[in-house]
Design a protein. Structure first.
Length: 535
C-alpha cells in the first residue's frame, strides 16, 4: 500500500498539496529538479554548479547544503535515494518508468526508490512523493543516556558508572539512526533521583537509557533499561555480569540490543560499527575514558593530564587508533589556547598522531576531525586541507554534527560570516541539545557579521553550559566591547583572568585562529573598546 503526499513545483517553490510552501530553498528546488532530469546519471559537482549557479563561484558547502535540504524533505536519512559518490558527484538512485500512454497534460515520470520504498513522480512540475506504509522506515530518533546509578557509593563505583554511561553515549552517537543528546546535557539535567522519563522529556528525547551498576574487585554487574518516553513503557531491559575483560563486549551487546529494540532493521554500516572493537585491552580502553574526562575541563593542567592518559593507552595497545586520534585532537585544543611550548615540534607530533590513527583505522572519523582542527590552528594555516578532512569526517559520521559545526567555523575564519551563520544555525536547530562550543562558533560568526545582540545571546548560552570555557569568554569580552558595554566586559575579563589567562589585547589577539585582516581588525578594535591593556 502506498501513501501519497503531493508536492507542486511553482515559481521556483515547492508546495504541498494544500499549496503551502515546504521548507526547501529555491536553489535546493533547482538542485532537485536538475538531478531528476539527469535520468539516473551521476552529476559531478561542476555540472551541478553550472546548472544551479550559472556564472558563479560555488563552494562545496553550498552543494552540501542543497543535498542536506533534499534528503530532509525526502526522509532520506540512510542516503539511499540521493546518493553520494566520492570524487564523482551525486545521483538519484532510482529507475525511470515512462507512462506508455501520456495524458494530454504531460508525460509522467515515476522514480521508484526500492531501497526506501519511496516513489517520486514528475508531472508538469508536480512531484508526487509516495512512501510504502507497510515497509519498515528507519528514522533518526532522539535518545538520552543517563548516568548509571552506582550501588555502594564509593568513588570507584561512581567513576565506573559515569564512564560506562559515557561510552554507551559515544557508541550510540556512531549510529546513523540515532540523534543522541550530548552527555554534558543528559548527565546534568534534573535530579538523579527523578524518573528517567521526566528528565528525557525535559531534553526532548523520545527514548531514555537508564540503569544501575555495581563494580567491585574483579567483577561487575550492570542492569540497563530502554524506555519509550512517548509510550511510557520499557522496550528492553537486560542484566549483565562478568569480569573486566568482558566489559567492552557487554557495552557493544547493550548498544546492539538498544538499536534492535528501536529499529526493525539496522543498516549494514551501523551493524559493522557496533561489532567493531577499538581495542581488546581493557586497561587501554579505560585510560582513553579517563583522558576524555579530564580533557573536558579545558585547563592547561587537565590537558597535560589527559595526554598522559592517552599515551598510557598507547603503551598498553600500540595499535589503538582512537587513542592516537584523541591525542591529536587534544593538541588542537592546546594550540587554540596557547598552551604549546615548542610549537613547531608540537605540530609535527600532532600530525603524526592523527595520520597514524588513520593508518590503523582509515574510517576513523575522529582522526579526520582532528586534522581539520589542527590545520586551522597551526602557524601556517591550511583551510583548504582543513575543509577536506572535515568533509571526510562528515561523510564517515553523518549523524554527528561536530565536524559540520567546525566546518562552519572554518568558513567564518575565512571571512564568510553570514554563510557560516547559516550552517551553524541549521546544525543547532536540528540538534536535540547542542553542546557549548556550537554556540561559541555561532557567537563568533554573528560577531563577524556585526549582529552583536544575537552574538551576546549565543555566547551566553555557551557560558551557561561551560562557565569556564576560555573560548566563550574571549569572544564575549570582544562582543561587549563592540556593544559599548564596558562594565559587562570588565566582569567577563575578571572571569577570564581567574582561569589563569592574560587579559590584554595582544595576548587575546594571538589566540584568535583567523587570517582575514578585516575580521582581525574588528576584533582588535572591540577589545580596545573594553579598556583592557595593550600588553
Amino acid at each position: 500500500m502506498l501513501g501519497e503526499t503531493f508536492c507542486h513545483l511553482k515559481g521556483g517553490m515547492l508546495l504541498d498539496e494544500r499549496g503551502q510552501p515546504l521548507a526547501l530553498r529555491a536553489k535546493s528546488v533547482l538542485f532537485l529538479k536538475t538531478l531528476l532530469e539527469s535520468n539516473g546519471r551521476i552529476l559531478s559537482k561542476s555540472e551541478l554548479a553550472d546548472k544551479v549557479w550559472p556564472g558563479m563561484a560555488v563552494t562545496d558547502e553550498s552543494i552540501s547544503q542543497c543535498v542536506a535540504d533534499i534528503r530532509r524533505i525526502l526522509g532520506d536519512e540512510t542516503r539511499a535515494v540521493l546518493e553520494t559518490f566520492p570524487k564523482q558527484g551525486y545521483r538519484i538512485n532510482a529507475r525511470i518508468v515512462r507512462n506508455s500512454e501520456p495524458t494530454s497534460k504531460a508525460r509522467k515520470l515515476a522514480l521508484l526508490a526500492a531501497s526506501l520504498g519511496l516513489a517520486i513522480a514528475v508531472v508538469i512540475g508536480v512531484l508526487v512523493f509516495e512512501r510504502r506504509t507497510d515497509a519498515p522506515t528507519v528514522l533518526r530518533e532522539v535518545i538520552a543516556v543517563f548516568p548509571l546509578r552506582e550501588e555502594g557509593g564509593s568513588e570507584e563505583q561512581y567513576y565506573f558508572a559515569s564512564q560506562f554511561a559515557e561510552e554507551l553515549n559515544v557508541r550510540l552517537t556512531g549510529l546513523s539512526g540515532f540523534s543522541v543528546v550530548p552527555s554534558s546535557e543528559s548527565f546534568s539535567v534534573g535530579d538523579p533521583a527523578d524518573l528517567a522519563t521526566s528528565r528525557a522529556k525535559a531534553l526532548g528525547a523520545r527514548y531514555a537509557v537508564d540503569g544501575k551498576v555495581r563494580y567491585a574487585g574483579q567483577q561487575f554487574w550492570i542492569a540497563v533499561e530502554l524506555i519509550d518516553v512517548r509510550e511510557n513503557k520499557a522496550l528492553w531491559a537486560g542484566k549483565f555480569e562478568g569480569s573486566p575483560d568482558q566489559l567492552m563486549q557487554v557495552r557493544d551487546q547493550i548498544t546492539r540490543e538498544i538499536a534492535d529494540a528501536v529499529f526493525t532493521t539496522l543498516a549494514p554500516f551501523d551493524r559493522s560499527r557496533i561489532e567493531s572493537y577499538e581495542t581488546v585491552n581493557l586497561l587501554a580502553y579505560e585510560e582513553v575514558l579517563r583522558g576524555r574526562r579530564v580533557a573536558a575541563s579545558f585547563s592547561r593542567e587537565e590537558n597535560q593530564l589527559a595526554e598522559r592518559h592517552f599515551r598510557h593507552a598507547i603503551e598498553l595497545d600500540p595499535t589503538y587508533a582512537r587513542a592516537y586520534a584523541e591525542l591529536a585532537a587534544l593538541y588542537a585544543i592546546r594550540f587554540e589556547n596557547g598552551w604549546t611550548v615548542l610549537s613547531e615540534a608540537d605540530e609535527i607530533k600532532s600530525l603524526y598522531f592523527a595520520n597514524l590513527a588513520l593508518e590503523l583505522d582509515p574510517e576513523l572519523w575522529l582522526a579526520h576531525y582532528a586534522l581539520g582542527r589542527l590545520h586551522t590552528v597551526f602557524g601556517e594555516k591550511n583551510y583548504e586541507l582543513a575543509e577536506h578532512h572535515l568533509e571526510l569526517a562528515m561523510a564517515l559520521q553523518p549523524a554527528n554534527d561536530d565536524a559540520r559545526v567546525y566546518y562552519g567555523a572554518v568558513k567564518n575564519f575565512q571571512g564568510e560570516a553570514e554563510f557560516a551563520v547559516e550552517i551553524l544555525e541549521q546544525a543547532i536547530s536540528s540538534h536535540p541539545s547542542p553542546p557549548f562550543w556550537y554556540y561559541l562558533s555561532l557567537g563568533h560568526a554573528l560577531f563577524q557579521a556585526k549582529r552583536h545582540e544575537e552574538a551576546a545571546v549565543a555566547l551566553e548560552k555557551c557560558l551557561y553550559q561551560m562557565p569556564s570555557a576560555p573560548y566563550c569568554l574571549r569572544f564575549q569580552i570582544a562582543n561587549f566591547g563592540a556593544l559599548g558595554l564596558e562594565d559587562d566586559a570588565g566582569w567577563t575579563i575578571e572571569e577570564y583572568e581567574l582561569l589563569g589567562f592574560d587579559a590584554s589585547v595582544s595576548s587575546i589577539m594571538d589566540l584568535f585562529v583567523l587570517q582575514d585582516p578585516t575580521a582581525l581588525a574588528r576584533l582588535e578594535t572591540a577589545l580596545r573598546a573594553t579598556g583592557m591593556p595593550e600588553r
